[in-house]
Design a protein around this ligand. Structure first.
Ligand SMILES: C[S@@+](CC[C@H](N)C(=O)[O-])C[C@H]1O[C@@H](n2cnc3c(N)ncnc32)[C@H](O)[C@@H]1O
Length: 267
């Protein structure tokens, strides 16, 4: 399955009520969105038909998140069901303040992708779905920080090790999509400050000159799961229901976490 097919499945399975995308390019991933969206790219060149209510931001993601009230476009009850009286519909709790689905596919350097995650997480919660592109480079050249290949993942794959080491409270699923894999992160906690506190230490260890030391497990895709295993998992319906009811982290998260661990173990 290629990444855009997988993303289409993710939009459907997650029944997301809003969408944030970092890295738009010609719009081939943004075209999958049907809900209020924010899409950020300093050099977008959209040639694809876009079928959502989108704030298309011409800025780097760092500059975008430094704005005051960056998610203003999603706030204020822009959901199509906004006129339903509060408390009478499962979506009535929706405030539009938390991101349901985010796709991080901007600058392909580790520190940019890490900062994108840190910024996105501040606007997410346990039921949010956060996706990274290009997490499975096919060779060391493709993973170089100094781009010299046509297809380029850069060294964003390092985010996996960093999240697993510094943020064991999150659940990460590496997905074997074509061409270069995706990472899906669950369990976001906007109050967690570990990555901010450890940022300098992380950069000092993980940012170094080429050639990059890409782990064998990444090149061999040994820890990645089949895309269908995640898209067709039974946890989506309960997750969506809990999220739409505004349920706080608790039993819903524990049960989601157990399902994700099972998917990772089964491979
Ligand atoms: C791989 S393309 C995105 C592809 C698109 N998501 C898709 O799947 O069709 C990466 C894009 O990231 C943009 N980009 C580069 N640096 C960025 C930054 N600092 N913040 C946001 N976007 C950035 C580039 O201009 C480029 O268009």
């Amino acid at each position: 399955m290629n990444r855009h097919e997988f993303l289409r499945g993710l939009h459907k399975a997650s029944a997301n009520r809003n969408y944030l995308e970092i890295g738009v390019n010609d719009g081939r991933s943004l075209t999958l969105s049907r809900v209020p969206s924010i899409a950020i790219d300093p050099a977008f060149k959209v040639v694809t038909e876009i079928r959502c209510d989108v704030h298309l931001v011409k800025a780097t993601s760092d500059d975008f998140f430094a704005r005051s009230n960056p998610l203003a476009h999603l706030k204020g009850g822009r959901h199509p069901l906004r006129n339903l009286r509060r408390g009478r519909h499962p979506l009535a709790h929706w405030r539009g303040t938390s991101l349901d689905l985010s796709f991080i596919d901007g600058m392909h350097l580790f520190e940019y992708a890490l900062r994108d995650f840190m910024n996105v997480e501040k606007h997410s919660d346990w039921s949010s779905v956060i996706v990274f592109d290009d997490m499975l480079p096919r060779n060391v050249d493709e993973a170089a920080r100094d781009r010299h290949t046509n297809a380029w993942t850069g060294d964003v794959y390092k985010v996996i090790e960093v999240l697993n080491r510094y943020r064991p409270d999150l659940e990460t699923v590496l997905v074997d999509t074509e061409p270069t894999g995706l990472l899906v992160v669950f369990g976001a906690d906007p109050t967690n400050t570990v990555l901010t506190e450890k940022y300098d230490e992380i950069i000092a260890e993980f940012v170094y000159d080429d050639p990059q030391k890409v782990p064998e497990s990444i090149l061999g895709r040994t820890t990645a799961v089949k895309p269908e295993a995640l898209i067709n998992a039974p946890f989506w319906k309960p997750l969506v229901n809990s999220r739409n009811r505004g349920t706080k982290r608790g039993r819903g998260w524990e049960s989601l976490r157990a399902s994700l661990k099972q998917i990772n173990t089964a491979g």
